[in-house]
Design a protein around this ligand. Structure first.
Ligand SMILES: *Cc1c(COP(=O)(O)O)cnc(C)c1O
Length: 404
């Protein structure tokens, strides 16, 4: 069991006020808050070992390089990758997806197909549209139903020998749906297609095992899992990473450069052009240490309780509708109140110190499916409490009265 007061004390921002009220932070789907342990690790890096990595023989450069590579090893362990060189540091989920989509440009031709799901974040739609424009491949969409679940019978029908890559999120940021990715991975492989999993919303809640999943690519950001902004991970199977051309050219990713020809560095450096976010890379490992010290079993138990409680309390409000009622869900509640624009509710509850997200959540196709402009999204983390949910429910009721 979590000692919730002790956990909350790890996060200095949770004790501040907003608009004169205690902060209630329910925008964890956009970014998580950071524990002091992580904040301290950032300044410790700059105070004690700041240097560029993989370049100098001097002591600091070696210390920084060692710390960076140790962190890569922590991430490798965390997701159970077979090799450390399958773990590429990126600037985040968006970067990771673009690196893979760009790599596939050299492998696709007219008539090939790319499958994306109806539940995707724009980051996992637009790079594939750009890829299709460039190559003449066709983008096909795996549809969802009114619960916000992908329809597997339709997925099965869409798959064919033309399918070259499938891309789907592990967990939807807009609705919280946990997708049946193991089934989807195995099905894609039956047709010889590669599959990328967007794990941005999964890694704050669970520990993915990329070997058990057998996915070809798994991408995520550090900032949604208690880590700093500006850093993320692209996991790729060794064979795929060797097959794909590098995404960016520059320093660090080369073996030899002449004006006639350049040869590329081995993995992982082939995909790590230029000076990376060294502090971010190192501290991402610190964030993983922190989350493991809390324990993912504890995290899931706390978040599931919050989800059930929030769902029950919110449904007491007349005219309130929840979008996303999948059987497998994480701690996200997306809702609207009849006759009121989500933005207006968001603005009023902000005045009361409550941070929720309003809008389309970078997933306009989902909003179009439900024929709504957006929703109010409360996304909970393990450091949130039922008392905070009560505060939100009262605030939403108040907003409803004011706007009716
Ligand atoms: C947040 C998010 C992204 C984009 O992550 P960035 O950190 O902005 O690159 C992509 N997919 C999902 C499901 C997300 O939640």
């Amino acid at each position: 069991m979590l000692d919730i007061n002790k956990v909350r004390a790890d996060f200095p921002i949770l004790s501040r006020t907003v608009n004169g009220k205690p902060l209630v932070y329910f925008d964890n789907g956009a970014t998580s808050q950071k524990p002091q342990f992580v904040i301290d690790a950032i300044s410790k890096y700059y105070q004690e070992i700041n240097a560029n990595i993989h370049r100098g023989v001097h002591t600091l450069s070696q210390l920084a390089t060692d710390a960076y590579e140790i962190s890569r090893g922590k991430l490798q362990n965390h997701i159970n990758a077979k090799y450390a060189h399958e773990v590429i540091f990126t600037s985040g989920t968006t970067h990771g997806i673009n690196a893979v989509a760009n790599g596939f440009a050299s492998l696709l031709k007219t008539g090939d197909e790319v499958l994306v799901s109806a539940l995707e974040h724009h980051s996992n739609i637009v790079p594939w549209q750009m890829l299709c424009e460039k190559t003449g491949a066709t983008l096909k969409v795996i549809p969802m139903d009114e619960n916000g679940e992908l329809i597997m019978a339709e997925y099965d029908k869409l798959l064919s020998d033309k399918t070259k890559i499938v891309t789907v999120n592990h967990i939807s940021n807009a609705l919280g749906t946990v997708n049946p990715i193991k089934y989807m991975i195995d099905k894609a492989h039956e047709f010889g297609a590669a599959i990328l999993i967007d794990g941005a919303q999964a890694v704050p809640h669970l520990k993915p095992d990329v070997q058990a999943l057998d996915c070809d690519f798994y991408v995520f950001s550090g900032h949604k899992m208690c880590g700093p902004t500006g850093v993320g991970i692209l996991y790729g199977k060794e064979d795929w990473l060797n097959k794909l051309p590098p995404y960016q050219g520059g320093g660090e990713m080369i073996k030899e450069v002449t004006f006639e020809k350049t040869t590329y560095a081995d993995l992982p450096h082939k995909f790590e052009a230029g000076t990376p976010d060294v502090a971010g890379g190192i501290v991402l490992g610190t964030a993983v240490d922190y989350m493991n010290s809390i324990g993912f079993d504890n995290i899931q138990q706390q978040e599931l309780e919050l989800l059930e409680y929030a769902t029950k309390r919110l449904l007491e409000i007349e005219g309130l509708k929840i979008y996303g009622t999948a059987k497998e869900k994480t701690s996200v509640v997306s809702f609207n109140i009849e006759g009121i624009h989500p933005y207006d509710i968001g603005t009023i509850v902000d005045k009361l110190g409550i941070a929720v997200r309003t809008g389309h959540h970078c997933a306009q196709p989902i909003m179009n499916y439900f024929n709504i402009p957006g929703t109010i999204r409360a996304s909970f983390s393990f450091y949130n409490t039922k008392e905070e949910i009560d505060v939100m429910v009262e605030a939403v009721k108040k907003a409803q009265l004011m706007l009716a």
